[in-house]
Ligand binder design. Sequence first.
Ligand code: UGA
Length: 469
Amino acid sequence: MRIAVVGSGYVGLVTGTCFADLGHDVVLVDNDEQKLAELRAGNVPIHERFLPELLARQRDNRIRFSGDLQAAVRECDATFIAVGTPATDRGEADLSYVESVAREIAGAVDSYKVVVEKSTVPVYTSQWIRTVVIRNGANPSSFDIASNPEFLREGTAVTDFLYPDRIVVGVESERCAEVLRKVYEPLTSGAYYNRADAIPRPDRAQIPPRLIITSTKSAELIKHASNAFLAMKISFINAVASICESVGANVQQVCDGIGTDSRIGPRFLNPGIGYGGSCFPKDLMAFRAVAKECGYDFRLLDEVFRINEDQRHRFLRKVRSVLWTLRGKRLSVLGLAFKGGTDDIRESPAILLVQELLREGCHICAYDPAAMERAKEVLNSSVEYTAGPYEAATGADALLILTEWEEFAALDLDRLRKLLKYPIVIDGRNLYDPATMSAHGFSYYSVGRPAALTEDLPAGIRPDKREHS
Ligand code: UGA
């Protein structure tokens, strides 16, 4: 197939590159000439596993970069719109980029074309795109609009694309469905998985993935509802973790107990300092706004948001209750990205916490395997960045774990204890077993689990109790 992907951001770049690797001829379109020049020169603008390899394999082969949207639409069977849909002040999705792309596409519809919305958009967007394309002169019978939401996680986006749990395609005609079946055929037929150069298969991969064909409106809702549900699952377990702290129970045991129920499942039940990133916070609010517009007051989503905010504040209270006063304390911070495996710091709870600790007068020594450059753009210059986790820990009053990077779960604990001024670890991601930490001489505080103490704190202020008040 000949495929145009409009927008070379995170979704567009991963989607276009993976389509090329599936054997399609791809034109990646962007109006940012500098970005195009970087891509043509071989630079990969985002930190994403397997993307550099796939781009190197397909650049000058099956993927091209272009600034000419209309030429790309004319020469392609399907055009995927993957431009940004940032949030407006009112929490709605700003669809002006989608609209301007739709206007331009209209002028290039010279034979049957499929236009696919890939960006996360509210219900009815595909109908709006259709209206705009017709308003701008296209013949209504010479194109179809489809909705094909992505379920890519940052950091594992390439693997998620090639080994999806499911592929959702929303269409209004069989002709259009047929085009999208062909686009995904290398995955749904299983052919891709027999290739010697296929990206390694993750655990739990559903092979071949199921293609779910729905109406465009259902597909649009599937995307928002999926992200809202996952955010709700995280807030739910964070709320349970708070109760565990109050009563001295262990949220890990509770998770094992509920996650083994196949109707609930164990994934996305990790408590922490709250979800962040460019998707959950924005999509939750956008879904809330969509529901409101449709006459439904989706207050459950407000509560999901509130618990998420509160989770960060609770962690800060925990730091205070462990360290007593904060002014002048030297704190080692491991993790700045909104989650492990990415350099993205958008809506990162780690960044928000560091900003709060700076306001309280702490001195921060931070390390993140990928996000430090981005963090420097938003954090004040007093933050000290180190070359590794041990350098960050040296001489610190306490170590805070704020992002779930795999390497933070495999630290040399004896080395760490010797480097810290006091052997105190406050873990916002539950990366360690409390018993192991106390066996290594740490006072260890985590989320929703009893603290492992190697020191006496003044009576009545044990952080796991004080959280209650
Ligand atoms: C999320 C969805 O998982 C993807 O399916 C979706 O395609 C994407 O949004 C999107 O809409 O584009 P992503 O934002 O990359 O993906 O990250 P997640 O892995 O979902 O994590 C989101 C946040 O939740 C992170 O801050 C993470 O630390 C937190 N989290 C995740 C938890 O606190 N607990 C968990 O159990 C899981």
